[in-house]
Design a protein around this ligand. Structure first.
Ligand SMILES: [Zn+2]
Length: 362
């Protein structure tokens, strides 16, 4: 390990010592009850570390975390959306097929299975890849068709895009798709109506609500651990937030995408320790096939976008490999099935009155 790495890891450890107290002493979990424009009754519940139900003790050891991949090409990301028009996608040399196969090989090396959220456009263009992912034991899920932010769409546009994507993936592999992840975590307080549409379109779970402050996405104040939306028409949608750590009253993103790539390994692995030992919860890890491709063509975007997209591409593969070696991972469909089997699903509301400011509809 070079000096820079040692220094970074030292800082991460020092940081952790300082805020561990707040992690243990002040668990931040809220029950939210929010209404939204679609009048859905978004009552949601979550377990807190301080009030874990007896069922949580039955989760087999070691706790399996959730491994997820958003299958999109390097030119489809939101960071470069201003530079790359969707009409021009065909003209860019595609690398998603080869990169996703490298991800598959990496997972195979460690016997890890995960959930692959496909962009519908990619599924239409590479149906063989969709079949390959399924054949190698992974779950297929949906990452929209055109990779547009949900808050930029009308409910009708969102429904149409979602249907088209779901169909493309299902047609390619001949299996049902039940999970959804919004492009760029773009289900925010302005478009909570999307959740009920997902339930209406046959999705049973979603993993799109990032409980952090960010310039492009996030619902600060949203719950950090899995919870269930229950709608007035009786439909439900299980929500699986990506992992966060708690520091001085703020949720910090960890263990996914750029945060996994750019932040020190010690910071990311801290999340696994805290989630396993203190929370008895699973870390939801996410990555993109382009993140393990340091040779991808460069797009001349804004400095901030280039920093977020291109930093540490060289090290991502080994960072992910290290996690796969040290921790056990599984797919969302397995987690959902296990929760249903043990009747955890929506079964342990500990409190229902709190309204989280970040989630309250405008
Ligand atoms: Zn994406």
């Amino acid at each position: 390990m070079n000096r820079l790495h040692r220094k970074r890891n030292g800082i991460a450890r020092a940081l952790f010592k300082r805020f561990r107290i707040s992690l243990l002493g002040n668990p931040v979990l809220t029950m939210t009850k929010a209404s939204c424009e679609s009048n859905a009754n978004l009552a949601s519940g979550s377990l807190t570390p301080g009030s874990l139900s007896p069922d949580c003790g039955k989760i087999p050891e070691p706790l399996a975390h959730v491994l997820t991949v958003d299958v999109e090409d390097y030119f489809q990301v939101e960071a470069f959306a201003e530079k790359v028009k969707r009409d021009d996608w065909e003209q860019y040399p595609s690398r998603v097929d080869a990169n996703t196969r490298r991800v598959l090989d990496l997972f195979d090396e460690h016997g890890a299975r995960g959930t692959f959220f496909f962009v519908g456009w990619v599924a239409d263009k590479f149906p063989e890849l969709v079949r390959e992912v399924h054949a190698r034991g992974h779950e297929l899920a949906c990452h929209s068709y055109w990779h547009r932010t949900i808050y930029s769409l009308s409910p009708e546009e969102f429904r149409e895009d979602t249907r088209r994507a779901k169909q493309a993936i299902e047609n390619a592999a001949g299996v049902a798709v039940n999970g959804y992840r919004a492009p760029s975590w773009s289900i925010t307080k302005d478009c909570m109506w999307a959740l009920e549409i997902l339930a209406e379109e046959g999705f049973t779970y979603d993993s799109s609500i990032y409980p952090i402050h960010h310039d492009l996405y996030g619902v600060p104040g949203a719950q950090r651990f899995p919870y269930t939306f229950q709608f007035q028409n009786g439909r439900k949608l299980r929500e699986y937030p990506p992992a966060t750590l708690r520091f001085m009253g703020t949720n910090l993103p960890v263990a996914g995408g750029g945060y996994l790539r750019i932040f020190p390994a010690a910071y990311n692995e801290m999340a696994f320790r805290v989630f396993e030992k203190d929370y008895a919860q699973r870390v939801v890890v996410y990555l993109h096939p382009w993140e393990i491709d340091p040779d991808q063509p460069r797009i001349a975007g804004k400095l901030k976008s280039r920093f977020r997209h291109y930093t540490q591409l060289k090290n991502m593969s080994s960072k992910v490999g290290r996690l796969l070696k040290r921790y056990k991972f599984t797919r969302f469909c397995d987690v959902l099935a296990a929760e249903e089997a043990s009747q955890i699903l929506n079964g342990h509301a500990v409190e229902t009155a709190g309204v989280s400011a970040g989630v309250t509809a405008r």
